[in-house]
Design a protein around this ligand. Structure first.
Ligand SMILES: *[C@@H]1O[C@H](CO)[C@@H](O)[C@H](O)[C@H]1NC(C)=O
Ligand SMILES: *[C@@H]1O[C@H](CO)[C@@H](O)[C@H](O)[C@H]1NC(C)=O
Ligand SMILES: *[C@@H]1O[C@H](CO)[C@@H](O)[C@H](O)[C@H]1NC(C)=O
Length: 610
C-alpha cells in the first residue's frame, strides 16, 4: 500500500465515447423556450414567447440567456444544480464554458495501484454520466481543453463509519484551458467530488443549418470552489429481497441512484419468512427450500459482484438476516435432516394466531442445532463481506404466541422451572440473541464487529441493558417522529440509526391506513442532533414492489432524505425544489425510473407551484 505513484495520466476518453451510447432520455428543455436566471429569486424563468431561433452563440450573446433549462439551472442560485447541497462552502460563477467529452483528460496523483484503479473506474462512470446528460448527438465541437486532477492523501480503501468523506473541488478557466482539482483524504471523498463535478455539467441543443436535426453540446460552470463533507456518516436505503425478489440490474439501479445522491449504505434485508434467496454454500438447503425459484437466488458470486459495484460508487452493503422472527421458508428441512425443528410455526394457519404478517415462522431458540446452522450460514457471509463489516441481525417483531403454542418450547420452559409470562419469553429471546452473537463472534474470530438490531421488545429502555450491550449493538429505531424511544436510548448511551416510520417508510401509502409521504415530508424529517446518531435510512419494504416498480417508489424520495442526511439543511423544501426537480431529471438520464414530482409546467416555471 505504500507505493506512491507519480502523475499518472489516462487517455481512455475516445474509447469510452465510442463504446457507450446512452440509451436513456436526456434533458431536452431547449426546444422553443429560453430561460434567464432571476438572481434575486434564484429561479430560472421561462420566456413567455417561444423562439424560432436556435442559434446559440455561446458566450457571445446575452450570457444570462439560456436555451436549456438545465444549463440555466447550473449557476442559478447559490447551489445551482447540486444535490445534495455542499455543507462547508460553495461558490459558483455564472460563467459557463463549453466542452467536448473527448477533450477531457484525467490525471491521478499520489494513488497506489488499487486506489488508482478505483479512480480510473470512476472516471469511466463520470463519462457515462455526462454522456447521459448529453444524449446521442453529443457532438458539438469545442476547442476547450479540460484537465481534471484527482488526488488522495492516502490509498486506504476501507469504507466504514470512520471513513473521511470530505472533499474539495475547484474549477478554474483560463482562456481555453479548464483546470479542475478534486482532492480528498481518500478515494471515497474523491468519488463524491467527481459526482459533484458531474452536477456542474449540463447540455443544450444546437441547430446546425445544412445538417438535419440537432446536436448537443456540454457546458460546465467555468469557476467553482466547493468544500464539502456529510453531516451524518450513515446515509442509507433499505431494500427487501425477501417479500419480492429484486434482480441484480434492479439492485444496481438503486446503487447508481444512491451514488448520484451521495447515500452510502445499502441495507440489504435479504431474507424473511416469505423467502430465503441467499445461496449459502455450507447450507444449500436454505435457498433450495426458501427461494421462489432456482433463478430467484443470489449466488456468492452475485453478492461479491454487488459488493464491488457498490463500493466503487461509495456505497457499503450491510447484510441483514432477520432473526429469530421473520424467518420461516428456507428453514423447513431440519427435521428430515435429523436436526429437529430449526424454526416453528412455518406457514401455520390461521396466521393471525402465530405471526404479524403471513406466512408465519420463527426460529426455534431451544434447539441447539439451530446455532450450528446459524454458524455455518454466518461463516459463508463473513467470507464474502469485507473484514469487520457491520452485520444486521434483524430482531424485530418476535411474536410470543407462536413460541407459546409450540410444545417443544413449552416443555423446555417447564423443564427449567420457568413460566410462560411475557418476561419469560423475553428472556428466551434474550438467550437466543446472546447465543447467536456467540456463534457469530466465533466465526468472525473476534468480539468487536458492530451488530445492528431493530428496535423491539428487547430494546425497550426498561430491559435493553439486561440483554444488549451498548458497546456492541447499534439500534435501528423505526418509530414515529413523536416517539421518545430514540431520545431515551441515546441517553442510555446507545448509538442509533434512525428510520422515522412516519416519514421514511417508503412502502406507506399503499396498504392499510398508512399514508404516502411526499418528498417534502421526507426532506423535512430532522433527526435528533446527538453524537450517538450515526445517521438514518429510508426503508423500501418489498411487499408491494419488485424490479418493475421499485425505482419510482424509492426515487426521487430517497434523494430528499439524502440531502437531509448529507447537509441537514436549516432551510425548507421551497429553496430545494428547483434543485430537486433537476436531480430527478438526472436520475432519469441515468436510467432510474424516478417518479414525476409535479406537472411539467411547475418544473419549467420554478417556484410557481410551491
Ligand atoms: C478529513 O479530511 C479532511 C481533508 O483531508 C481534513 O481536513 C479533516 O481534518 C479530516 N477529518 C478528520 C475527522 O480526520
Ligand atoms: C443527430 O444528428 C444527425 C446528423 O446531424 C441527425 O441526422 C439526427 O437526426 C440527429 N439525431 C437527433 C436525435 O437529433
Ligand atoms: C402462554 O400461554 C399460556 C396458556 O394459554 C397463557 O397462560 C400465557 O399467558 C401465555 N403467555 C403469553 C406471553 O402470551
Amino acid at each position: 500500500m505504500s507505493r506512491i505513484m507519480n502523475v499518472f495520466c489516462i487517455v481512455v476518453l475516445t474509447l469510452i465515447v465510442a463504446a457507450s451510447s446512452p440509451a436513456h432520455s436526456y434533458n431536452d428543455e431547449g426546444w422553443f423556450w429560453t430561460w434567464t436566471c432571476n438572481v434575486m429569486l434564484e429561479r430560472c424563468e421561462r420566456k413567455s414567447e417561444p423562439t424560432n431561433s436556435f442559434a446559440y452563440n455561446f458566450g457571445k450573446t446575452d450570457p444570462h440567456q439560456y436555451n436549456s433549462l438545465s444549463v440555466c439551472r447550473l449557476t442559478c442560485g447559490r447551489y445551482g444544480a447540486l444535490w445534495p447541497k455542499p455543507t462547508i462552502s460553495t461558490s459558483l460563477s455564472s460563467q459557463l464554458v463549453s466542452l467536448h467529452p473527448q477533450a477531457i483528460q484525467f490525471q491521478i496523483l499520489n494513488a497506489a495501484d488499487e486506489a488508482r484503479n478505483f479512480l480510473v473506474k470512476n472516471t469511466e462512470i463520470f463519462y457515462k454520466n455526462i454522456l447521459a446528460e448529453c444524449g446521442k448527438n453529443c457532438t458539438a465541437r469545442s476547442d476547450t481543453q479540460v484537465i481534471i486532477y484527482l488526488s488522495v492523501l492516502n490509498s486506504d480503501l476501507t469504507l466504514n463509519w470512520g471513513t473521511n468523506e470530505t472533499y474539495s473541488l475547484s474549477v478554474d478557466t483560463k482562456g481555453n484551458l479548464v483546470t479542475v482539482q478534486i482532492s480528498a483524504q481518500n478515494v471515497f471523498g474523491v468519488r463524491h467530488g467527481i459526482e459533484t463535478l458531474t452536477q456542474l455539467i449540463a447540455s443544450y441543443p444546437i441547430y446546425s443549418e445544412g445538417q438535419q436535426g440537432f446536436t448537443r453540446s456540454l457546458v460546465m460552470v467555468a469557476q467553482a470552489n466547493i468544500q464539502d463533507k456529510p453531516v451524518y456518516r450513515h446515509r442509507g436505503l433499505l431494500i427487501d429481497t425477501a417479500r419480492n425478489y429484486l434482480s441484480i440490474p434492479a439492485i444496481k439501479r438503486q446503487i447508481d441512484a444512491m451514488a448520484a445522491s451521495k447515500l452510502n449504505v445499502l441495507h440489504w434485508h435479504a431474507t424473511d419468512s416469505q423467502s430465503f434467496p441467499l445461496e449459502s454454500p455450507r447450507v444449500p438447503q436454505m435457498s433450495k427450500f426458501g427461494a421462489y425459484s432456482s433463478k430467484k437466488v443470489y449466488s456468492p458470486t452475485d453478492v461479491s459482484h454487488l459488493l464491488k459495484y457498490a463500493k466503487l460508487r461509495g456505497v457499503r452493503i450491510i447484510l441483514e438476516i432477520d432473526a429469530p422472527s421473520h424467518a420461516g421458508n428456507g428453514w423447513q428441512w431440519g427435521k428430515a435432516a435429523g436436526l429437529g425443528d430449526l424454526a416453528v410455526c412455518i406457514n401455520r394457519q390461521p396466521w393471525r394466531s402465530y405471526c404479524i404478517q403471513p406466512p408465519c415462522g420463527q426460529l426455534n431458540p431451544v434447539n441447539p442445532y439451530l446455532y450450528n446452522v446459524l454458524g455455518e450460514l454466518y461463516r459463508d457471509f463473513i467470507d464474502i463481506f469485507p473484514k469487520g463489516e457491520v452485520f444486521h441481525m434483524g430482531g424485530d417483531e418476535v411474536f410470543f404466541p407462536c413460541w407459546n403454542a409450540t410444545t417443544e418450547i413449552i416443555k423446555y420452559l417447564e423443564r427449567n422451572g420457568r413460566g410462560r409470562a411475557t418476561e419469560d419469553f423475553l428472556q428466551l429471546w434474550g438467550e437466543y440473541q446472546r447465543e447467536a452473537l456467540n456463534v457469530y463472534d466465533t466465526e468472525v474470530g473476534n468480539t468487536n464487529t458492530p451488530i445492528v438490531l431493530w428496535s423491539s421488545g428487547l430494546t425497550d429502555p426498561s430491559v435493553i441493558s439486561k440483554y444488549l450491550s451498548k458497546h456492541r449493538y447499534v439500534i435501528q429505531t423505526w418509530v414515529p417522529s413523536s416517539d421518545e424511544l430514540p431520545r431515551k436510548l441515546l441517553n442510555m448511551g446507545y448509538k442509533l440509526i434512525i428510520s422515522t416510520k412516519d416519514a421514511w417508510y417508503l412502502d406507506h401509502g399503499f396498504w392499510g391506513t398508512t399514508s404516502y409521504y411526499t418528498w417534502r415530508k421526507a426532506y423535512s424529517n430532522e433527526l435528533l442532533r446527538h453524537d450517538g446518531v450515526l445517521g438514518g435510512e429510508v426503508c423500501m419494504w418489498g411487499e408491494l414492489v419488485d424490479e418493475h416498480t421499485i425505482d419510482n417508489r424509492v426515487w426521487p424520495r430517497a434523494a430528499a432524505a439524502a440531502e437531509r442526511l448529507w447537509s441537514d439543511p436549516d432551510s425548507g423544501t421551497a429553496s430545494a425544489e428547483a434543485r430537486f426537480y433537476r436531480h430527478r431529471e438526472r436520475l432519469i438520464s441515468r436510467g432510474v425510473q424516478a417518479e414525476a414530482l409535479a406537472p411539467r409546467w411547475c418544473y419549467q416555471n420554478e417556484g410557481e407551484c410551491a
